[in-house]
Design a protein around this ligand. Structure first.
Ligand SMILES: *Cc1c(COP(=O)(O)O)cnc(C)c1O
Length: 320
């Protein structure tokens, strides 16, 4: 694999831990968890791995400001704001929605970390992001644009590297299950799996998109990532495993599925999930176990992608 610029600030390798009480209770496959909620950057998560590569690129380009976009409770934006602070950069976040009376959860942390926030409607987000970038560039501020979710080939390359890390931990699950949304995590995983010869089935639980759209997105990003890493590509949508049965009412619209999963992991294993991403994915995984999707004796690794600060958001207080 081609060596890309990288600044190491994440707490890696993240632990792989057994989930014995949950495994016993469900009586299905052997369940394990990879703790990317412990990557360490202002409460961590999967974006911290991506930012090791994205910040290195920003520094190569002598950037002074990071700019990115996301939901009001975006974990990606919170970790980007923390990375900016850590490396002495400014940070501008374009968030969808309206400012709440009292910031909480990730938004509270964005402000604490010194980010400037621009609110916009969902439909206008990409335009506002581009306009803001252009305005910063025109005024000589040297902005560096990080796409939604940090999901470009540079960000995705971090999860190709993460598969190396899993190999070095000598852990060989039959399945890897995790929440998939902007697709960078899954794209990196499939590229890294091919490179390391890891045979686990890499099953993304879609957070918000129909399977067809997410499979296409992940395959395209995997091909671009492979090209960046000077590896063979040829990924096609049907190679990408996506389960979209759990998107329910859409992004951040929560139901008993997420609630029950958050409570289950907390009360059985002392593990804190977030309601939007890992709660939905774990809820899906628990349902798939009840439906006997995994064969007896198989090992399933739940990849915890972080998001825990959302538990403290007023938006989700009622559902939790
Ligand atoms: C961003 C995020 C994801 C999704 O990762 P993608 O690379 O965007 O698919 C999953 N879980 C959490 C907690 C996230 O913040």
């Amino acid at each position: 694999m081609k060596n890309l610029p990288r600044i190491r600030f994440a707490n890696l390798p993240t632990p792989v831990e057994p989930l014995p009480r949950l495994t016993a209770e469900l009586g299905g496959p052997s369940l394990w968890i990879k703790r990317d909620d412990l990557t360490g950057l202002a409460l961590g998560g999967n974006k911290t791995r991506k930012l090791e590569f994205l910040i290195a690129q920003a520094q190569e380009e002598n950037a002074r400001v990071l700019i990115t976009a996301g939901a009001g409770q975006s974990n990606h934006c919170r970790q980007t704001a923390a990375a900016a602070a850590k490396f002495g950069l400014s940070c501008v976040l374009v968030l969808t929605g309206a400012p709440p009376a009292e910031p909480s959860g990730n938004l509270l942390l964005d402000l604490l970390l010194g980010a400037e926030i621009i609110w916009t409607e969902r439909e206008k987000r990409d335009a506002v992001l581009q306009q803001t970038f252009q305005a910063l560039a025109n005024s000589g501020k040297r902005p560096f644009l990080i796409p939604y979710g940090g999901s470009n080939p540079i960000g995705a390359a971090a999860y190709a590297a993460a598969m190396n890390e899993l190999m070095e931990q000598d852990f060989h699950p039959d399945w890897i299950v995790f929440p998939s949304s902007s697709g960078g995590t899954q794209a990196g995983m499939v590229v890294g799996a091919r490179r390391t010869g890891l045979t686990a089935k890499i099953l993304g639980i879609s957070v918000d998109e129909p399977a067809g759209i997410l499979q296409e997105r992940v395959a395209n990003l995997a091909n671009q990532t492979a090209e960046l890493l000077e590896m063979p590509g040829g990924f096609v949508a049907r190679d990408i495993l996506v389960e979209d049965a759990y998107i329910g009412g859409g992004y951040g619209v929560l139901s008993d599925l997420e609630r029950d999963a958050v409570h289950c992991l907390a009360s059985k294993e002392g593990i804190l999930l977030d309601p939007v991403y890992t709660g939905r994915a774990a809820g899906g995984m628990l349902d798939l176990i009840r439906r006997d999707t995994f064969k007896p004796g198989e090992t399933v690794l739940f990849w915890h992608t972080g998001g825990t600060p959302a538990v403290f958001s007023d938006s989700y207080r009622d559902i939790l």
